[in-house]
Design a protein. Sequence first.
Length: 175
Amino acid sequence: MKHLCVILFAVISCCAFSCTKNDNNVKPDNQLTGKWKMTEIKYTGTSTVNYDGESFITQFSGSGKDMNLHISFSANPNTYNSNGDYTITLTMSVLGQEIQQDFTINGFMGSGTWTKDGTTLVVTDKETGKSQPATIMQLDDKTIKILWGGDLTPSNAYNMPVKVVVNGTYVFERE
């Protein structure tokens, strides 16, 4: 059971979230540039692990605390850089039992390039080359609220098939 929880958390913490939504209230790209500090993180989802011919479905939710995470967006060129850490309180429902545990997450998105088209923000990690689309739910002079979500099939150390469906909301305040 403990290995299943560790696998689940590792999968969740490494997830790349993606989602799209149209909203005409989002401001121009230049409002995104600057330094931001994460003030809130919440996510929910399910994880399905197939083991020995059986499927184990785990519901989970997470809420951030002790957040010391910063991200900066620059224009011309459009680059981003993030650093810091935070603690996530992960609540999982595994085989009818609720388990709650704190995990410290070092780093967030690394660094790379970004593009914005309407409410869609796409960041591309410079090390992996992987792009992550997200939906900007709010963008004003003081706050960015972003929704990442998607279906993932990550690999794990135990070579068990895993599918994760996750939606995360991240709130940043301008520094």
